[in-house]
Design a protein around this ligand. Structure first.
Ligand code: NAD
Length: 350
């Protein structure tokens, strides 16, 4: 398949690009190269014959039309977005422009291209979204349950509201114009090439630097953690075999409280980079994020039963692979630490 991947220089998009090329697909990586992008993430496939890069913005309709016409993709995998909740609290405008308006322009460009080609049933517009659109669950897995694809939307941050909006647009383009879409909503990703402002790399890098490891509130927020390469595998499964008009929740089957996740990373580091005291002594509780959702949990039943997909690693295995990667790739993360906002407390709402 020829895949047009938006956001392919970001964390998850680059994992999709790398795996798609390994699987023998052709890939057009379409990315505006914002602060969150890094072309080193796709360096291993940059010279592959099936790979092309387009430096462009999804808000630019003329660029979209040109790129669709030039590359004639079989499917769009739409990952380009502003993705950091804390940044959405400080500056929600870009989130609305990129995640809502950008998705609108991409849908319109895809619809024009698909229509011009005779509306082929085989075309796919795959929208990649988040479990955060469902809002927050109560603390108890037994009584408070998990998100299913039928859970009503209840986004609570500017980021999740912008992603919920884009999900609604994608469904509307299917119902109204017949565009063959599939949607996925996934839980928190972690793994190699994760931008150093997100929780898992922050913990690893602060620990290694001997600095305080910040944990919001009391660390009781629960997330389901998905290894990024498992996510890429799930996305490539859905774009090829997902039913048109259908949504799939993707989770790692790994629910953990933030504080337990952080202690787990410290334990792995204690074993790999031993020092006199445990890294867990650097843990420092800081003022919570405003509107911090308590718990997200994914019921992954649909993708498991209908498409036969399950995650391949446990949280312990995935974290160990991730810590190893950061220990081996210091040049990559040191360069990104110099970017605007990284290392500073963002999203206090002040
Ligand atoms: N990271 C997670 O845990 C997670 C979980 C669920 C869903 N998602 C979703 O997955 C997608 C990818 O997330 P990520 O963590 O890889 O994000 P990221 O921030 O690492 O990467 C986003 C990429 O999109 C590009 N981009 C941003 N605005 C653009 C624009 N206007 N035009 C073209 N490109 C643009 C950036 O340059 C960057 O390369 C997002 O849609 C996000 O909402 C992420």
């Amino acid at each position: 398949m020829k895949l047009l991947v938006t956001g392919g220089a970001g964390f998850i998009g680059s994992a999709v690009v790398r795996q798609a090329i390994r699987d023998g697909h052709e890939v057009v990586n379409f990315d505006a190269l914002t602060y969150a992008a890094c072309l080193d993430n796709v360096a291993e496939v940059a010279d592959a014959p099936g790979y092309a890069f387009e430096h462009a913005d999804i808000r630019d309709r003329a660029a979209l039309d040109r790129i669709f016409a030039a590359h004639r993709p079989d499917a769009v995998m739409h990952l380009a977005a502003e993705s950091h909740v804390d940044r959405s609290i400080d500056g929600p405008g870009t989130f609305i422009e990129t995640n809502v308006m950008g998705t609108f322009h991409l849908l319109e460009a895809a619809r024009a291209y698909w229509t011009a080609r005779g509306r082929p049933d085989s075309f796919r517009f795959h929208h990649i979204s988040t479990d955060e659109v469902y809002g927050s669950l109560g603390p108890d897995p037994e009584t408070d349950g998990q998100f299913t694809e039928d859970t009503p939307y209840d986004p609570r941050s500017p980021y999740s509201a912008s992603k919920a909006s884009s999900d609604h647009l994608v469904r509307a383009w299917h119902e109204t114009y017949g565009l063959p879409v599939v949607l996925t909503n996934c839980s928190n990703n972690y793994g190699p090439f994760h931008f150093p402002e997100k929780l898992v790399p922050v913990v690893i890098l602060r620990a290694l630097a001997g600095e305080p490891i910040p944990v919001y509130g009391r660390g009781e927020n629960v997330r389901d953690w998905l290894y990024v390469e498992d996510h890429a595998d799930a996305l490539l499964t859905v774009v090829q075999r997902g039913a048109v008009g259908r949504s799939y929740n993707i989770g790692g089957e790994n629910e953990a409280r933030n504080i337990d996740l952080v202690r787990n990373i410290c334990k792995i580091l204690d074993a790999k980079r031993t020092k006199n005291t445990s890294y867990s002594q650097q843990i420092t509780f800081v003022e919570d994020r405003p509107g911090h959702d308590l718990r997200y949990a994914i019921d992954p039943g649909r993708i498991a039963t209908e498409l036969g997909w399950r995650p391949s690693v446990t949280l312990e295995q995935g974290l160990e692979k991730t810590v190893d990667w950061y220990l081996e790739n210091e040049d990559w993360w040191r360069a990104l630490q110099a970017r605007e906002g990284v290392g500073r407390r963002l999203g206090t709402g002040g």
